[in-house]
Design a protein around this ligand. Structure first.
Ligand code: SIN
Ligand code: CO
Length: 369
C-alpha cells in the first residue's frame, strides 16, 4: 500500500531522500481514486460555520480572498475561482481515512486534509507554503509548475503568500490519483484544467517563536513558586526613585528557580499537540447510555476515538485532547494501540480502561465502535 502511495519507495527511503528535502511526483499513487467528496458535498461543507473555508479568485490581475461560511449563491460566480476547505478530516470518516494513510509520519506532525474545488483555470496563484504537503489529485486535471527558487519575496498586500517573481523549473499535468509531495517553502502554482479537486495532506509546524510562547504559557499555568519578595534590613536609598541592586539580585535569584527538564517539555508538547483547534467542539451524546450498558456494548463491539479526538503519548503518559492521562502499566499496551489505530477491538479493550472510556464517551471523545 505504502509502496504504491510513494511510487515504489519504502517509507524509510522516502523519509531519507525526499521528506523536507525535495519534491516527488507519483503517478497513480492512489489507484482508481475518485476523491472523497463530490463537488456538491465539498461546496456544502464550505457553507457550514463549523468548517473553515476560503475562496480565491483573480480580478484584473488582483488576487482576492474571501472567508467562509459561504452562501450557495457564491458558486454562481463566473470565471476561474477556487474554494479551499480545511480540516475536512474532522468532519468525514473517509477524509480521516485518507489522512491516516500517511501514518508513516508521526501524528504529532500531522495537520489536516484540505480539499479544494476549482473551476476551469482556477488556482490560488504562484506561492509557497511553510509546511510539507502531499497534493493528491481528485477529479479532473491540474497543471502544476514548481521551482526551487531562493527568492521567496511575496507580493505586498496580497491576501496570500504570492510570489513576486515565480520561476518554475518543472511542470506536470496531474490526473486523478496522482500525488505530488512538496517540502516546505517550495514554490508552486497549480492551475485547473477543467473543473478539478485537489486533496492536500498538510504537515504544518510551529515557528520557534510560536513554540516558545506556547511553552511559556504552559510554564505559567503549571508554575508554583513558594515565598514572597522580602527585604529585612532595607537600607535607606540615596534616591527613592532608584531600583536597587539588592532588589534586582533577589528577583533574579527567584526567577532562576523557574526551571524545566525534558519531562516538562514532553508534558508541554503532549498538551500542546493534542489540543483541539479553537473551532473544534465535541458533541457529547444527548442521552448517554448507562455505564453498565456501555461496558456490555464495548465488550461486544470495542471502542473507537471520535474523529476529532487527538490521543498522543510519551512513555506512560497519554495526552487526550490537551489533557494528560496517566495510564497504569496494564493499560498502556491497549492505549498505545488505540492511539495508533484509533479503535480497539472488543478483545483488546482492557477492562480496567472501561471507566476512563466511559468518561471519554460522556465528553464526546469516543464511543463504542
Ligand atoms: C489548491 O488545492 O488549489 C492549492 C493547494 C496548494 O497549492 O497548496
Ligand atoms: Co500550496
Amino acid at each position: 500500500m505504502i509502496s504504491t502511495l510513494l511510487g515504489g519507495l519504502s517509507a524509510d527511503e522516502f523519509l531519507r531522500e525526499y521528506w523536507q528535502r525535495k519534491p516527488l511526483l507519483v503517478r497513480g499513487a492512489l489507484k482508481d481514486f475518485k476523491g472523497v467528496f463530490s463537488k456538491p458535498e465539498l461546496l456544502e461543507l464550505a457553507t457550514r460555520d463549523d468548517v473553515e473555508s476560503r475562496r480565491v479568485w483573480n480580478t484584473d490581475g488582483q488576487w482576492q480572498l474571501e472567508r467562509g461560511p459561504f452562501s450557495s449563491r457564491a458558486w454562481r460566480q463566473k470565471g476561474p475561482w477556487t474554494v479551499l476547505v480545511s480540516g475536512t478530516n474532522l468532519v468525514s470518516d473517509e477524509a480521516d481515512a485518507l489522512l491516516r494513510q500517511f501514518d508513516f509520519i508521526p501524528q504529532a506532525r500531522l495537520d489536516d486534509l484540505m480539499v479544494s474545488y476549482a473551476t476551469d483555470c482556477g488556482g490560488v496563484g504562484p506561492h509557497f507554503d511553510n509546511y510539507d504537503v502531499f497534493l493528491i489529485q481528485g477529479i479532473g486535471q491540474r497543471r502544476w509548475r514548481i521551482g526551487a527558487q531562493r527568492d521567496l519575496t511575496v507580493i505586498e498586500g496580497a491576501p496570500l503568500r504570492l510570489l513576486k517573481d515565480f520561476r518554475p523549473s518543472r511542470e506536470w499535468v496531474v490526473e486523478p490519483g496522482d500525488l505530488l509531495y512538496l517540502p516546505p517553502q517550495y514554490a508552486h502554482d497549480g492551475v485547473a484544467i477543467g473543473e478539478c479537486m485537489t486533496y492536500s495532506v498538510g504537515f504544518r509546524t510551529a515557528t520557534n517563536q510560536e513554540l516558545a510562547e506556547a511553552f511559556l504559557g504552559y510554564l505559567q499555568e503549571n508554575l508554583s513558586l513558594k515565598g514572597r519578595y522580602a527585604d529585612p534590613g532595607l537600607k535607606r536609598p540615596k534616591n527613592s526613585a532608584e531600583i536597587s541592586n539588592e532588589m534586582i539580585e533577589q528577583v533574579a535569584a527567584t526567577l532562576a528557580r523557574i526551571s524545566w527538564n525534558k519531562q516538562t517539555v514532553a508534558n508541554f508538547l503532549g498538551a500542546y499537540l493534542s489540543e483541539p483547534k479553537p473551532h473544534v467542539f465535541f458533541e457529547p451524546p444527548e442521552l448517554p447510555m448507562s455505564e453498565r450498558k456501555f461496558a456490555t456494548t464495548v465488550g461486544q463491539r470495542g471502542f473507537r476515538l471520535d474523529i476529532k479526538t487527538q490521543l498522543l503519548y510519551r512513555g506512560n503518559r497519554f495526552f487526550l485532547n490537551g489533557e494528560p492521562f496517566d495510564a497504569e502499566p496494564a493499560q498502556r499496551a491497549a492505549l498505545k494501540l488505540l492511539a495508533r489505530d484509533r479503535k480497539l477491538s472488543a478483545n483488546a479493550v482492557n477492562p480496567t480502561l472501561l471507566c476512563a472510556f466511559y468518561d471519554w464517551y460522556c465528553s464526546g471523545f469516543g464511543a463504542p465502535a
